[in-house]
Design a protein around this ligand. Structure first.
Ligand code: BTN
Length: 331
């Protein structure tokens, strides 16, 4: 995807933030130290990206149409500049954003960075599953870093990131989105998104970390393949309106980056312990949990301090699982 330039971004930000929607060409030219012709040529560049503008005498320019699919300019313009978000690598299509981030890290690309793609041709879920990743409607994103910390510090990482994303979506959309251990975002028994954290550990040091997230944003019922129709849901279906994919992406990037920074600062335990019970969709539910070597049933009873799921079985035993797949079970 074409990279953004700072002048076009400044123009776009001014237009997005204008109270009545209008920004005068003269003001922009003065503010940016450019001629009106240069401003006009930047607007042409933005037009070629799918933006449309209206020009009104004595008022200036106003945006009349924004691109609906992933657009580097629009996503970047929505970001809060004060948060100093690291580089965003935008792609029109890729096998998997996690795989692309892995390749960039292997080639010494400067981290941290985000990889965001309009579609994935081989999107991956946990346990070798495929992640349905059609173009232009959902979010496929990976955040890559070189944390250089002891691996045992990361035990709660994916759950913490789930908490950060779920809280952000709850606040923004006023929906009771929760986290299903160990890596899903859920609403009312349906899967809204999934997280896939991958790492490279060398001699007790976490060298590379990739946090991938797929979020169903603007899918409609008819777009789902048959096998997902009953079990998946999108934000659009929940909110009852189509969401601005670029704004959703920008806000998610902010939630992920601030969540990551807080996590690495080492101060999340107290807030995690307060927040988890509220977001834990399995709490108190009778479930079947499958791990590599066994299948167990019991009542989900929270997690321990390493992020393992606690199950209470009907014969009074307490079992903890540090990985696996969990399904609600009807008794
Ligand atoms: C799961 O629920 O099993 C995890 C799904 C993770 C999907 C995301 S989409 C962006 C990133 N790239 C991938 O190939 N997978 C993750």
């Amino acid at each position: 995807m074409p990279s953004t330039d700072i002048t076009s971004l400044t123009i776009l930000k001014a237009l997005l933030n204008a109270e009545d929607g209008f920004v005068s060409g003269n003001d922009l030219a003065k503010q940016l130290g450019l001629s009106r012709v240069s401003i006009w040529s930047r607007m042409e560049q933005l037009r070629s990206q799918g933006f449309e503008f209206e020009a009104v005498t004595r008022k200036g320019y106003r945006i009349t149409k924004k691109p609906e699919s992933l657009n580097p300019w629009l996503t970047t313009a929505y970001l809060d500049t004060e948060l100093q978000i690291p580089e965003l690598v935008f792609l029109s299509s890729i096998d998997s954003t996690n795989d692309h981030a892995t390749r960039l890290l292997a080639n010494d690309y400067e981290a941290p960075f985000f990889v965001i793609s309009n579609e994935q041709t081989m999107g991956r879920g946990r346990m070798g599953r495929q992640w349905h990743s059609p173009p232009s409607c959902n979010l496929y994103l990976s955040f890559a870093s070189r944390p250089n910390v002891r691996p045992d510090r990361m035990q709660l990482f994916t759950l913490w990131m789930g908490v950060c994303v779920a809280r952000h979506l709850r606040e923004r959309l006023e929906l009771n989105i929760g986290v299903k251990w160990p890596n899903d975002l859920y609403f009312d028994g349906k899967k809204l998104g999934g997280m896939l954290t991958e790492a490279r550990v060398d001699a007790d040091n976490l060298r590379e970390l990739i946090f991938g997230i797929g979020l169903n944003v603007n899918h409609t019922r008819k777009d789902w393949p048959e096998d997902l129709r009953q079990s998946a849901v999108s934000l659009r279906e929940l909110a009852g309106r189509k969401l601005d994919l670029n704004r959703t992406t920008a806000l998610l990037i902010e939630a992920i980056y601030t969540g990551y920074e807080t996590f690495l600062s080492g101060n999340i335990r107290d807030s995690f312990e307060d927040l988890w019970p509220e977001l834990d969709v399995l709490k108190g539910k009778f479930v079947e949990a499958k791990s590599r070597d066994r299948t167990v049933e019991g009542t989900a009873s929270g997690i321990d301090n390493r992020g393992s799921l606690i199950l209470k079985t009907s014969d009074g035993k307490v079992i903890t699982l540090n990985s696996g797949d969990v399904h609600l079970k009807h008794r």
